[in-house]
Design a protein around this ligand. Structure first.
Ligand code: MG
Ligand code: MG
Length: 265
């Protein structure tokens, strides 16, 4: 069942999403070779708690151990922060959620480290672009399949694999709600988008095949062929006039030292 949000609820989610965006920005300052992924997690958790929020991911399902999902190179999503030290040419996806005044927010960003291969940088640029192509279709009167198709159609034109096992999702009082937001689908199909819907669009795109495997830790998802995977996520609110993007990557882009995208969207 899809829980539609009032304008007041959407305003609260936006406030939480600002804390989330700034927590991402604090992480962005530290992303460089030699940094342990656990130290990024610590900074994000402290920032969120200092600003009146609670990390949404910590103890999710009674078992996720951290405030961030940190997914390096061939890890698609749900990696654990830990002792791994970032290296030149890595890509690192940072996914974070904030619970604030009764509502969750959720967003993700994949960083290329300096020295990244050109083909991997292209994967990131195109995955980022696919997120915005999805957002452009997320408007009242369209169907979810229009969003899904826009993402799939764009990235598959480059031969990339669209992960099927994990999808975007409604967000609100629960971190994961209906509707599902697949990154693959058919135009004109799926649930109708109506004002009050709030959901996360989050393409997870593999350089190679779409196949993924889950590690024995019960969380970490990596590509079956061990080639890199990218992940970007924004939350949107469907409104009558215009869809609003509730989350922001602005603080990441201001604070990350390696400027890899020339244009901002
Ligand atoms: Mg999400
Ligand atoms: Mg997320």
């Amino acid at each position: 069942m899809v829980h539609l949000k009032t304008d007041e609820e959407i305003e609260i989610i936006k406030e939480g999403a600002q804390i989330l965006g700034k927590a991402h920005g604090e992480v962005a300052r530290l992303v460089k070779p030699g940094v342990k992924t656990s130290s990024l997690d610590k900074v994000a958790e402290e920032f969120i708690r200092d600003h009146g929020g609670i990390p949404s991911f910590k103890n999710y399902n009674g078992s996720f151990p951290a405030s961030l999902c940190i997914s390096v190179n061939e890890v698609v999503v749900h990696g654990f922060p830990g002792n791994y030290e970032l290296r030149e040419a890595d890509i690192i996806a940072v996914d974070c959620g904030v619970y604030y005044k009764g509502y969750h927010s959720d967003s993700a960003y994949t960083y290329p480290l300096e020295g990244v291969k050109q083909e991997t940088l292209l994967l990131l640029e195109r995955t980022y672009e696919s997120l915005y192509r999805g957002i452009e279709q997320a408007k009242a009167g369209n169907r979810m399949g229009d969003v899904s198709h826009a993402i799939q159609n764009y990235v598959e034109s480059f031969g990339y694999g669209v992960v099927r096992e994990l999808v975007g999702h409604g967000v609100g009082k629960n971190l994961h709600e209906d509707p599902e937001v697949p990154n693959y689908g058919k135009r004109g199909k799926g649930v109708k988008l109506v004002p009050g819907m709030v959901f996360a669009i989050e393409p997870m795109i593999n350089q190679g095949t779409r196949n993924v495997v889950q590690e024995r830790d019960g969380w970490t998802i990596r590509t079956a062929d061990k080639r890199p995977s990218a992940h970007f996520e924004h939350m949107v609110a469907i409104k009558k006039e215009k869809t609003e993007v509730l989350t922001t990557h602005k603080y990441i882009e201001e604070n990350y030292s390696f400027k890899w995208r020339s244009r901002s969207r």
